[in-house]
Design a binder for this molecule. Structure first.
Ligand SMILES: Cc1ncc(COP(=O)(O)O)c(C=O)c1O
Length: 460
């Protein structure tokens, strides 16, 4: 069969052998990274200088004193100061498979041999086609989603989603969103985000109608009040509501998920009134035990538009036939690098072929073990100091002390000093958030337990 030069580069025996040798050599190095380690006194000064330099360039300090050394393995990452940290936040959810995953490194090396670095909608290569195809096929299993449009990040995927909803329902422009929502950093996504601290000095467009988000512990009253409010909004603004957007499980907002009992009446109402239902899965995609949280919650049939990013290594807006926009509405010169598109595709392959998903999958087991570990602390040595461990799948949070921002942030700094990387979420209470890598094992969960216990007790 006739071959192109391009397929020869990807498949020739010689290149394949070289790629595998390189990946193997890097793997052998990364594999040495096992367990946490304090900074090396000989490397500390130079690493600090570099951190100060980046802080000065950006005009503000890094949140964590972190610059990676470029090496890591599974849940562990090595820093330039020689320390090894247990990374339970993964760049806020980008590195689902943790660090130094050999298959991803091999995929990245192969993809880097391409003739171009970035791909976009005008001249896509095979990686763009393959990832789009996988996303559409996987999303279509339990929803009516039929198309996908790639974009550079979650915020851009959300902007495209908003445009699609508004165009289809034109001239409607209002957006129903929820308390504690987070939608990204563009001007409009900052308005959908329910945090005034993220838009200080920006004008207010008054295009968002806010509903309370009822978590799994809020009762029927919260559900009824929210539905009532949605109906009131509809009466006030009948023809002017373009869409309702929600995170199936709020990330930044405190790791609360919407139950079917809460969401279904709202979804039914929106469907009846032809308000677009847009699910922001930028953080939940691949994390809740199924690929999409709309599958975990059993609401896929209602979804008109779904946005993802982070684990996918690229942003994407998925949409039904009805919401397919007219030419000219969405574009963008590049969507992602050839390497990130190929790696995103490989992550999906690993997740779907290597037993991560479903009720018996690895994600479910990690969730039970990790939450069990946190509960053993809150029922034991950390009684009264840690509470409410829970979440879905690899998204787990716990409330420390009295849940004030000040005490939670101080604990996150102590965890970091003791070599565990976490982050905060939620306002009241402010919680410790973990985005657990899918490659964590029982031994690393025990390492986490010891560090969490030590750090919590230090702050008593
Ligand atoms: C739910 C949600 N939506 C949107 C975004 C924005 O994504 P990005 O940072 O890729 O622009 C995030 C990022 O954390 C998110 O969690």
């Amino acid at each position: 069969m006739k071959k192109t030069i391009g397929s020869d580069i990807l498949q020739s025996e010689k290149i394949n052998k070289l790629v595998k040798e390189l990946a193997h050599e890097v793997h052998e190095k990364n594999r040495q990274i096992q367990g946490v380690k304090d900074p090396d006194p000989e490397l500390v000064n130079e690493a600090e200088n570099k951190r100060n330099h980046i802080s000065q360039l950006r005009g503000r300090p890094l949140y964590h004193p972190y610059i990676g050394s470029r090496a890591g393995y599974g849940p562990y990452v090595e820093l330039e100061d020689g320390s090894i940290k247990l990374d339970l936040i993964n760049g806020i959810g980008i590195h689902l498979m943790g660090h130094g995953h050999p298959d991803l490194i091999e995929t990245a090396i192969r993809a880097s041999l391409s003739d171009i670095v970035m791909q976009g909608n005008l001249q896509p290569n095979a990686e763009y086609v393959a990832l789009t195809d996988s996303l559409v096929k996987l999303a279509g299993k339990q929803s009516r989603l039929k198309h996908a449009w790639l974009a550079t990040c979650g915020t851009m995927a959300n902007e495209n989603a908003l445009k699609m909803a508004r165009q289809k329902n034109s001239p409607a422009k209002l957006v129903v969103a929820f308390s504690d929502a987070f939608a990204g950093r563009s001007t409009m996504m900052a308005e959908i985000t329910d945090n005034p601290a993220y838009r200080v000095g920006l004008p207010t467009y008054n295009e968002v109608l806010r509903l309370p988000f009822c978590g799994p512990r809020s009762g029927q009253e919260c559900h009824e009040q929210t539905l009532r409010k949605l109906k009131e909004y509809y009466e006030q603004h009948e023809k002017n509501i373009a869409c309702m957007v929600f995170e199936p499980m709020q990330g930044e907002g405190g790791f609360k998920y919407g139950t079917r009992e809460f969401l279904l009446p709202l979804l039914q109402f929106c469907r009846e009134k032809k308000i677009a239902i847009w699910v922001d899965e930028v953080q939940t995609f691949t994390r809740t035990g199924q690929l999409f949280a709309f599958e975990t919650l059993g609401i896929g049939d209602y979804v008109d538009i779904c946005t993802i990013a982070k684990t996918a290594q690229v942003g994407a807006t998925l949409y039904t036939e009805e919401y397919n926009p007219q030419p000219g509405l969405v574009a963008g010169t590049f969507s992602g690098s050839t390497v990130s598109l190929a790696v995103g595709q490989e992550i999906l392959r690993i997740l779907t072929e290597e037993g991560y998903l479903g009720p018996e999958g690895k994600i479910r087991k990690i969730h039970e073990s990790f939450v069990g570990m946190l509960n053993s602390l809150s029922n034991g040595s950390c009684r009264g100091l840690l509470a409410d461990a829970g979440g879905l799948g690899l998204m787990v949070a716990v409330t420390p002390y009295d849940g004030t921002k000040q005490k939670t942030e101080a604990l996150i700094k102590r965890l970091y000093k003791n070599n565990l990387i976490a982050f905060s979420c939620g306002k009241d209470p402010c919680r410790v958030r973990f985005l657990i890598p899918a490659t964590i094992d029982e031994k690393a969960i025990m390492v986490a337990k010891n560090i969490i216990e030590k750090s919590v007790l230090e702050g008593q």
